[in-house]
Unconditional design. Structure first.
Length: 207
């Protein structure tokens, strides 16, 4: 049974974070769309997220962070150019692929990189911070369906498959984050998203 909690209710953040820590699947709002999250260090939880989304294992699961300092928990040798993007665009809809820390479960990505970002949403960051600072997250939707922009849309698609839907109201955004790969000699834009022309300032290092 899926519980529908309001983000402003007492203990809602704590209960949602506790479920994440246990490796269960929960839905919470971000600054783009609603996401499905689980413990980034729990292999069973990550595998259940792949299974529920019908997501192939070679397509890694991104990690949402609460604060820039949390990057050290999941990434290593972050390039200087990536740190410049972080300083300019985090929190916000920019996902960066950076070198993965070896302590992460291998199933979270099929290569040496990991996708990370900090959402510009206070409810999301409170959940992530309370859950330990790093949450493996994918968009809240069934395969082939549009990502949920409200808790009601998430419930309509996912009721019974997640333990909690945390309702923070409409996200107000349907465009996904921009994805930039920072693991090569030059950074590459892999997906055009909510951040576009602003990246032109970084043309010296992005292709």
């Amino acid at each position: 049974m899926t519980r529908h909690l309001m983000a402003n209710e007492p203990q809602a953040i704590v209960e949602t974070a506790a479920a994440i820590k246990r490796g269960e699947l929960v839905v919470f709002p971000t600054d783009t769309v609603y996401g499905i999250g689980t413990n980034a260090f729990n292999e069973e939880g990550i595998l259940s997220l792949y299974a529920m989304k019908r997501r192939p294992l070679e397509k890694g699961i991104p990690i949402l962070l609460a604060d820039v300092a949390d990057l050290e928990m999941v990434a290593k040798d972050v390039p200087r150019a990536a740190r410049e993007l972080i300083a300019s665009f985090w929190p916000g809809p920019l996902t960066l692929i950076v070198p993965k820390l070896n302590d992460l479960p291998r199933v979270i990505s099929s290569n040496e990189g990991i996708a990370v970002r900090i959402p510009n949403n206070d409810t999301a960051r409170s959940v992530i911070r309370t859950a330990g600072g790093a949450v493996a997250t994918s968009s809240a939707n069934r395969s082939g369906q549009p990502p949920a922009q409200t808790a009601e849309q998430a419930l309509a698609q996912l009721e019974g498959d997640v333990v909690i839907v945390l309702d923070g109201g409409p996200t107000g955004q349907s465009v996904p984050s921009t994805i930039v790969d920072c693991t090569g000699k030059r950074m590459r834009i892999l997906r055009q998203g909510a951040i576009g022309d602003e990246l032109k300032l970084y043309d010296q290092s992005i292709e």
